[in-house]
Write a protein that binds this ligand. Structure first.
Ligand SMILES: [Zn+2]
Ligand SMILES: [Zn+2]
Length: 268
C-alpha cells in the first residue's frame, strides 16, 4: 500500500509540472492558443514559479526564441548543435541567460514578451531563484523526518521532473521521430515523448501550427495536454481558441492551393 501511495504522489507531482508547463505556460502564455481565465492567469503568475521552479515570463521568452530560431545556431536548445544529451545543459544556460536579460531589461528579450502584463517573478528579481527548489526539498525532508523517506523522495523527484521533461521534448522532439510537415527546422513527432510529456512530443505538428491548442494531427496521435485543455475549459478556467486549431488532415487538403497558412508539403 505504501508503495502505491509513493507512486501516486510521484505521478501527481510529475503531472502537476507537465500540466503547468504545457497548458498554462506553453499553450496559454507563450502561444495564446488557449485564453486563460483571470483566475488561471493569476494562478500561473503567482504559483507557476513556485511549482516548477521556472519563471513563467522567462520560460515564455526562451520558448519564443526557440520558435524564432529553431535548429539554427541561435536556437535556445537544439540537439542539432548541442547533441541529444548536451540539450540538458544548453536549455539551462539559455534559461539563465534569458532571465538575466529580462531582469536587466535588455530589449532583445523584453521585446519578445511585451504582451505579458506581469514582470518576472519577485524571487528572480531578488536573486532567490533557488527558493522553490529549497521549499520542495524542505517538504520532502519533512515527509522523511515523519518516517516516510520514500514518500519524500517520490514527492521531490516528481516536483523536480521538469528539467528532464523539457530535455526529452527539446532533444528527441527535434531529433528522433516522423514528420507530418516539411517545416524549415528539424522538428519531429515522437510518440513516446508525447505520451510521457502531455503531447509535447509532437514538435513537428506544433512548429507547423504553433498557435493551435491541439498538438496532434493524425488520428493515432494522442495529445493528453489537449484533453486537459478541454477539461479545464469545461471548468471555465480557459477558452480554447478554436479558429487557430490544427486542421483535420482531410480539411487541410481541401483548403490548400497557395494559402499561406496551409502546410508547404506533407512529408509523410
Ligand atoms: Zn520545438
Ligand atoms: Zn511552442
Amino acid at each position: 500500500m505504501y508503495w502505491i501511495v509513493c507512486a501516486a504522489v510521484f505521478s501527481l507531482a510529475y503531472l502537476l509540472n507537465i500540466a503547468t508547463i504545457t497548458v498554462l505556460y506553453h499553450r496559454g502564455l507563450a502561444h495564446q492558443a488557449v485564453k486563460l481565465s483571470p483566475l488561471a492567469h493569476r494562478f500561473v503568475v503567482t504559483w507557476g514559479n513556485w511549482i516548477t521552479g521556472l519563471d513563467p515570463k522567462g520560460w515564455v521568452c526562451m520558448h519564443r526564441l526557440h520558435h524564432a530560431h529553431s535548429d539554427t545556431e541561435a536556437d535556445t536548445h537544439s540537439p542539432k548543435h548541442a547533441g541529444i544529451f548536451g540539450v540538458l545543459l544548453t536549455q539551462l544556460r539559455s534559461y539563465t541567460r534569458v532571465l538575466v536579460g529580462l531582469a536587466r531589461k535588455e530589449a532583445a528579450y523584453t521585446s519578445l514578451v511585451k504582451d505579458l502584463d506581469f514582470p518576472i517573478n519577485r524571487l528572480n528579481r531578488k536573486r532567490l531563484w533557488y527558493a522553490p527548489y529549497l521549499a520542495h526539498l524542505v517538504i520532502s525532508i519533512g515527509f522523511g523526518v515523519a518516517g516516510f523517506w520514500l514518500l519524500g523522495a517520490a514527492y521531490y523527484f516528481g516536483m523536480m521532473s521538469h528539467p528532464v521533461q523539457g530535455w526529452l521534448v527539446n532533444s528527441f522532439g527535434h531529433a528522433v521521430g516522423s514528420r507530418n510537415f516539411a517545416t524549415p527546422d528539424d522538428s519531429r513527432n515522437n510518440h513516446v515523448v508525447a505520451w510521457l510529456i502531455g503531447g509535447e512530443g509532437y514538435q513537428n505538428n506544433h512548429h507547423r501550427y504553433p498557435s493551435s491548442a491541439k498538438f496532434s494531427y493524425r488520428w493515432w496521435e494522442v495529445d493528453p495536454g489537449y484533453a486537459l485543455c478541454r477539461i479545464l475549459e469545461g471548468m471555465n478556467l480557459l477558452t480554447i481558441v478554436r479558429s487557430k486549431l490544427i486542421p483535420a488532415p482531410r480539411a487541410e487538403h481541401e483548403t490548400a492551393s497557395g494559402d499561406e497558412e496551409t502546410p508547404s508539403e506533407l512529408a509523410a
